[in-house]
Write a new protein. Structure first.
Length: 277
C-alpha cells in the first residue's frame, strides 16, 4: 500500500487526501492528540518517534515552513530520512523566493532574489532539501485561497478595504488546484523538478475584493492608498513584491487543466459552495 507521510498537515495537504484513493496517510501536528483530518492518522511532531512512520512511508510531503534555524523536518530527521528510500518527495515552497519584479513575469528559471525575510528562509530551505539525495519535487505556491479562505467574510462585515498600490499585482491559486497538481506529480514523478503553482490571471488585489463585493451584491469597499493603509507588518510585506508568475510547466509536463483558471471562477465557486452548505 502506498503511504504518504505529510509533515505540517495543513490546508493544502488536506485538499490532496481525497485524491489519494486507498492510500494510508499520516499527518503530523504539533499538538498532542490533535486529529489532523478525518481518515488521516495523526503523529505528534516534533516529539514522537517518527522512525516507524518513515519506515512505512513511500511518499513524503513537507508543508512545514522554515524558521531562523532552517527547515524543522530536516533539523530533527535529516539522518533518518537520508537512510531511507522514497518514491516521491514534495516540498511546498512559495513564489516569494523570486522577490520583486515590478510586475514583470517570472518562471521556474528566474533567479531567486527574495526581498523579504520569509522568502530568504524559503530559499535556504529549498537548498537544504535539494542537498539531500531524494526524489525531490519543489512546488512554489502563489497566494492560496479556498473554502474558508476567501474575501467574503470581510466584505460582508464591512471591514474589507481595496488597498491601492501602483502597478501591484499578485498571483494566486485555489487549494483544489494545488491538490490536483500534487496528485499529477505523484502519478508521474520527475525528480528534481520545480513547479510554479498559480492560476492564469495575476491581478491587483483591489480587483479581487471588488469582484467579491459584486458577487455578494454589496457596495464596493473603500479604496485606500497603500501609503495611508493601516496594515500589519506581515500584510505590508506582501506588498513589497509585485510579479506575474508563469504556470506553463504544470500544464506542459503534468497535463494539468486548472479547475479555477482565474479568481472570478474561483470566487464564484466558493460563494456557490457557501450557499449550498
Amino acid at each position: 500500500m502506498s503511504c504518504l507521510l505529510s509533515f505540517g498537515h495543513g490546508f493544502s495537504a488536506q485538499a490532496l487526501v481525497p485524491l489519494l484513493d486507498s492510500w494510508r496517510v499520516i499527518g503530523t501536528s504539533r499538538t498532542i492528540g490533535k486529529r489532523v483530518q478525518e481518515g488521516v492518522e495523526s503523529a505528534f511532531f516534533p516529539g514522537c518517534n517518527m522512525g516507524p512512520y518513515l519506515d512505512d512511508a513511500t511518499h513524503l510531503l513537507i508543508s512545514a515552513g522554515p524558521d531562523e534555524a532552517g527547515d524543522p523536518v530536516l533539523r530533527e530527521l535529516r539522518e533518518e530520512i537520508a537512510k531511507r528510500e522514497f518514491e516521491w518527495v514534495g516540498y511546498l515552497s512559495t513564489t516569494g523566493v523570486y522577490g520583486d519584479h515590478q510586475g514583470d513575469w517570472v518562471d521556474e528559471y528566474t533567479p531567486l532574489t527574495p526581498s523579504t525575510w520569509r522568502g530568504q528562509l524559503r530559499v535556504a530551505a529549498e537548498a537544504e532539501w535539494q542537498a539531500m539525495d531524494l526524489p525531490l519535487h519543489i512546488f512554489r505556491l502563489a497566494g492560496i485561497y479556498g473554502p474558508g479562505r476567501g474575501p467574503f467574510s470581510k466584505v460582508r462585515e464591512g471591514t474589507a478595504r481595496r488597498i491601492i498600490k501602483h502597478a501591484q499585482v499578485f498571483s494566486r491559486i485555489h487549494v483544489d488546484d494545488i491538490a490536483q497538481v500534487l496528485a499529477a506529480s505523484i502519478a508521474q514523478p520527475n525528480a528534481g523538478s520545480v513547479y510554479n503553482l498559480c492560476d492564469d490571471d495575476p491581478a491587483p488585489p483591489q480587483d479581487v475584493i471588488g469582484h467579491a463585493a459584486e458577487l455578494l451584491g454589496l457596495p464596493l469597499p473603500e479604496a485606500v492608498g497603500y501609503e495611508m493603509a493601516e496594515l500589519t507588518p506581515m500584510a505590508r510585506s506582501f506588498y513589497a513584491e509585485s510579479k506575474r508568475v508563469r504556470n506553463d510547466r504544470i500544464k506542459d509536463e503534468l497535463g494539468v487543466v486548472l479547475k479555477y483558471p482565474d479568481y472570478r471562477v474561483g470566487l464564484r465557486a466558493l460563494l456557490d459552495l457557501e450557499t449550498n452548505n
